[in-house]
Design a protein around this ligand. Sequence first.
Ligand SMILES: C[S@@+](CC[C@H](N)C(=O)[O-])C[C@H]1O[C@@H](n2cnc3c(N)ncnc32)[C@H](O)[C@@H]1O
Length: 237
Amino acid sequence: MSSSTPVPSQTEEANHPEHRPIRTFHARRSRIRPSAKSAIDRLWDRWGVDIDDNFDFVRSLRTDHDVVLEIGCGMGDATVAMARAEPNTTILAVDVHTPGLGVILRDCERDGVSNVRVACCDAVTLIRDHIPDGSLAGIRIYFPDPWPKQRQHKRRLIQPEFVSLASSKLRSSGTLHLATDWQNYADQMLEVLSDEPTLHNTSEGFTARPQWRPVTRFESRGLRLGHTINDLLFTKV
Ligand SMILES: C[S@@+](CC[C@H](N)C(=O)[O-])C[C@H]1O[C@@H](n2cnc3c(N)ncnc32)[C@H](O)[C@@H]1O
């Protein structure tokens, strides 16, 4: 993303009807704080990744570390904390909205964290078209948009086709870690992941939040509303 690129452009691209017929995300023009905008302008060339025809998983990420993909990083509360705690892992944080990516870049610079890469794109397209099979050590999806109304359920990210595709990108023993505060989405996740033959549940059903998983912004909101948090931790067979 060059500094002259208008911030919402990648969101508009991701929203294009031919790009993905069913969107898993809300179209919005989020306000971006000046410090986050400035971080994007200054740091995108160092830690930002453009997902286009020139993207090459190994060359573009510029890392020898294991790579974990975080889908829907939002404002990045978990991203920077995980990267700090796992210096030998590179977290590729993806969202369709840029304000959070700017916050991540700003906080990485402030904290001297260099093992984060950020990309602004639809993760479905990223996984389908740009991530080689068997290349990821993990995929983390924390509090994906719940699309609570029955008629919106088709927009939920966690569907059999997506989970099968995501699993194909994990290396052997790689992990797929999900969390949600919506009970009926949690039940759907458990059913879909349990039915995927290339995945193995590390627990009987749901699992408690591993201590290393930071509490996220949406999780805090769910907790304030009295929702139960469910984590799911599966490994690639
Ligand atoms: C409910 S928020 C959760 C954010 C954060 N993980 C948290 O727990 O605070 C879901 C995020 O997923 C992003 N998202 C939804 N679908 C996506 C997709 N297909 N690709 C990339 N990001 C997506 C949304 O833009 C939003 O920022």
